[in-house]
Write a protein that binds this ligand. Structure first.
Ligand code: SAM
Length: 266
């Protein structure tokens, strides 16, 4: 079995090796143009409404797992005063710095493993944000959330907008995408090979990355175990993942595809 430390290092290498693929995408070209505008936001209506309810105007916000910084930059359009993005991929943070150069705003970006955040981030933020496609890369949710919680001031708020773990049981590209093919309770991570891409097929690159299936109960218990109190939790039948998952929006029965969660530091 691979140790947590190795999993984190291998995931970092796999994300770094995928950065160039993302830079060559049409989405990157569109971002370069879009981030120059003061009101740039790539956040969808669900997350925008959630952040408006929590209130980020005039606040210090940290995004954990910020990737190329596009969502961190979007927080300024909602009125955030200070934004810090954290990610362990130096290659994606280079892209984040490039976008920030074009943007009228000045976020900070910090390269760190979220299981081991620097103490300089402790007790500094009003809002901590985690979005789509972050939690499954984390081998140790309890440790992860203990570090996330430390970044918040007392009374500060954690906002999560993630993909629903129910989806991990299904394969949208299978001949029957509705057939349950993976156990909800799988404890071993799924080992992916090749570049990490949002659309299309991964290019083989000899690297492995580790995707962990965390049941909702583990997510909730890790959050409360980190000293955060649950304030709101909602599940939605729309997809916030790769396009292939849209097939589940069109079924006769609706399934939970994503969720928002709000928790407060006591
Ligand atoms: C799917 S991306 C997040 C994308 C973001 N929601 C967006 O739309 O731009 C997941 C990010 O988590 C980062 N990541 C994975 N494991 C990490 C860790 N242990 N510490 C810090 N960042 C990590 C990866 O480098 C990657 O940039």
């Amino acid at each position: 079995m691979v140790s947590h430390r190795d999993v984190i290092a291998k995931n970092r290498d796999a994300w770094n090796a995928s950065a160039d693929h993302h830079r060559r995408s049409a989405a990157w070209g569109q971002l370069i143009d879009a981030v120059a505008h003061k009101d740039f936001s790539c956040l969808d209506s669900t997350l925008t409404e959630q952040l408006e309810q929590v209130g980020v105007t005039g606040k210090a916000v940290i995004q954990l797992g910020c990737n190329n910084g596009r969502e961190a930059l979007s927080l300024f359009a909602l009125g955030a005063l200070e934004v810090v993005g954290v990610d362990q991929s130096s290659e994606f943070l280079k892209q984040a710095h490039e976008l920030a150069e074009i943007s009228p705003y000045s976020p900070d970006f910090i390269e760190a493993d979220i299981h081991e955040l620097p103490a300089s981030l402790n007790d500094r933020f009003d809002v901590a944000l985690i979005t789509i496609g972050v939690l499954n890369w984390m081998p140790n949710l309890a440790l992860f959330f203990s570090h996330v919680a430390r970044t918040l001031k007392p009374g500060g708020t954690l906002v999560i907008y993630e993909t629903h773990p129910f989806l991990e049981m299904l394969d949208p590209e299978a001949s029957d995408p509705w057939r349950i093919s993976t156990s909800y309770f799988l404890t071993e991570p799924l080992v992916e090979t090749g570049a990490i891409v949002y659309e299309g097929k991964a290019e083989p690159n000899g690297l492995q990355s580790y995707w962990h299936l965390h049941p909702l109960s583990d997510v909730l218990m890790s959050i409360t175990g980190a000293g955060l109190s649950l304030r709101a939790f909602d599940e939605y039948p729309h997809s916030n993942r790769e396009e292939v998952y849209d097939v589940y929006e069109q079924g006769a029965a609706q399934i939970p595809m994503c969720y928002t969660l709000v928790a407060e530091k006591r």
